[in-house]
Design a binder for this molecule. Structure first.
Ligand code: MEZ
Length: 536
């Protein structure tokens, strides 16, 4: 599959390999890290951001595409929604059916609450399903939640909200146990203990995995369990607006059936937003590893009812997205590949960065190598990337390791005639994760009464950069916390008359703040047609 030119360049990789074996590349100093971030990371490229004109985060800097969605009108034709005709009446409404939504549903169900999930696509169409490398938890004798906490804070440049980071690491061993007991097939050693490995920025091996399809395996089990418990799941029905009651408390959502194009009213005592990420907004023009529905819908819905955003200006670009072949451009090459020893190399076959720096640093170093130093490898379709020297994996750990630990990666490249056991692969950063989201406390609550958030839609846990494997962990920990607390809270709630007056008020506020627009949001689905307005 590689062109003749690329094959020539691979010879340089092979030539330097013996001298690289067994030698760790030096890590960057804190000053050098800051410098490489500021000069290369898209979060520092000001042209990709603007301040918000209205709402609780007025004046705060957010990516342009998100700002446009927030500063847009409701897509709901308000005259077509009859709030007196309630279609679903539940205790806990969960919006989103990825890992966080499913974990929340199970715990809310355990409180005895009547729970319903409404989701835009199918149950499990979510970034959880696409997560590959693993889930962190400090459950080995040489590790502790305190060490995990320090790694989380170091990775997040000490900007994380401490109570959220504490909750994440504290609940982690229990989360693994819970998943294991539900039936997740984690990789285990012969003696039955969990197999764990390093990720970028981890001081201990605490990445638990199911090969390189960890998220799919977790989602498989959670989805089965939700179905077994009889929780109602409404598919192809995104929430298009949150409903309040006349006391200003969140009290349900307007759902929109993508097939019949009809609205329905879901009344609820508590609501959990678990709508996931925003990769399909393609910030700074990056490709994405995210699923098709990752369009920041929850941020828009939450902001319209007054929930606060936190860290909305910080996005994670996974260092190793596919740069070649173009058919899978931007797809995720799990960090586990680097965790197993594969190193990034430039066009001369030289390593230019330690292979397990945190993601923001690693991605910045790759961008720098390609776009500043001009040492990237050009692809036939005009992209650029650096090598990831995957043959090192079997050389370090023994023949058969790559296929055993990375079967999905192996197949993905094999389909295109690339044998990653024998030849390096070409990678470049891809938009992977929104580090921020709607601000929550350690119960998963927002400051808006009866509104909870869990998973990638929530902000504050990871600060300005998340470590590998803390996202699958976060969806379980905060999904469970939100589910338990929303279930318990629903017992005290008495819903008053339903209203959508806050939408009319939001429209007034747009006008009052000088935003004249025909844009509508949430976006729901990305627009890839030529000439289509990406925002509508
Ligand atoms: O946490 C993640 O984002 C993850 C595990 C991704 C990966 O590289 O596999």
């Amino acid at each position: 599959m590689y062109t003749a030119e690329m094959r020539e360049l691979i010879k340089k990789v092979e030539a330097t390999r013996p001298s690289r074996m067994g030698h760790d590349f030096p890590r960057l100093s804190p000053e050098a890290k800051l410098e490489i971030l500021k000069s290369n990371h898209p979060d520092y490229v000001e042209s990709g951001f603007r301040p918000l004109n209205l709402g609780v985060n007025s004046g705060d800097r957010v990516p342009l595409e998100l700002a446009d969605l927030i500063e847009a009108k409701s897509r709901v034709e308000l005259d077509k929604v009859d709030l007196n005709r309630v279609d679903y009446d539940v205790d806990v409404l969960i919006i989103g059916a990825g890992g966080a939504g499913a974990a929340a549903a199970l715990e809310a169900h355990n409180t005895g609450a009547k729970v319903m999930i409404a989701t835009k696509l199918r149950f499990g169409d979510a970034n959880t399903m696409m997560a590959e490398g693993g889930i962190q938890a400090a459950d080995k004798p040489d590790d502790s939640p305190a060490r995990h906490y320090l790694d989380v804070l170091g990775g997040g440049h000490f900007t994380n909200i401490p109570e959220l980071a504490k909750a994440l690491v504290h609940d982690a061993p229990g989360a693994i146990q819970w998943l294991n007991e539900l039936g997740v097939m984690f990789d285990k050693e012969e003696d039955g203990t969990m197999h764990t490995q390093h990720g970028g920025g981890t001081s201990r091996k605490r990445m638990h995995a199911a090969a390189d399809y960890s998220g799919a395996e977790i989602m498989r089990v959670l989805r089965d369990e939700v179905r077994n418990k009889g929780v109602e799941v409404i598919e192809f029905s995104p929430a298009v607006e949150l409903i309040k009651d006349t006391e200003g408390k969140v009290a349900g959502a307007v759902l929109y059936n993508l097939e019949t194009k009809e609205y329905s009213v879901a009344k609820a005592k508590t609501v959990i937003l678990a709508t996931g990420g925003a990769g399909r907004l393609h910030y700074h023009g990056f490709p994405t590893s995210n699923h098709y529905g990752a369009t920041a819908d929850g941020l828009v819905l939450g902001y319209r009812v007054g929930a606060e955003l936190a860290f909305a200006d910080t996005i994670q670009y996974h260092p190793t997205g596919v740069a070649f072949p173009s058919q899978i451009f931007g797809a995720l090459v799990t960090e586990k590949v680097r965790g197993l020893g594969a190193t990034p190399l430039n066009i001369d076959g030289e390593q230019f960065v330690y292979h397990l720096e945190t993601r923001d640093i690693e991605a910045s170093a790759i961008i720098n190598e390609c776009n500043v130093k001009g040492k990237g490898i050009a692809t036939p379709t005009g992209e650029v990337g650096v090598w990831l020297d995957t043959p090192l994996i079997d050389m370090i750990h023994g023949e058969g390791t790559l296929e055993k630990r990375l079967p999905a990666m192996f197949r993905m490249f094999e389909k295109f005639g690339i044998d990653m056991r024998k030849e390096p692969i070409l990678i470049y950063p891809t938009l992977h994760y929104q580090n921020g989201g709607l601000l929550i406390n350690d119960k998963g609550e927002t400051k808006i009464e009866n509104l909870f958030v869990a998973g990638e839609c929530a902000g504050g846990i990871h600060g300005r950069n998340r470590l590998m494997g803390n996202s699958l962990l976060d969806i379980i920990v905060f999904g469970r916390r939100a589910g338990k607390n929303a279930g318990a809270k629903s017992k005290e709630v008495e819903v008053k008359d339903l209203t959508l007056n806050h939408i009319a008020e939001y429209h007034e506020s747009l006008k009052a703040n000088g935003v004249e627009t025909d844009r509508v949001s949430p976006m729901l689905l990305p627009r890839y047609r030529h000439g289509a307005d990406k925002q509508n």
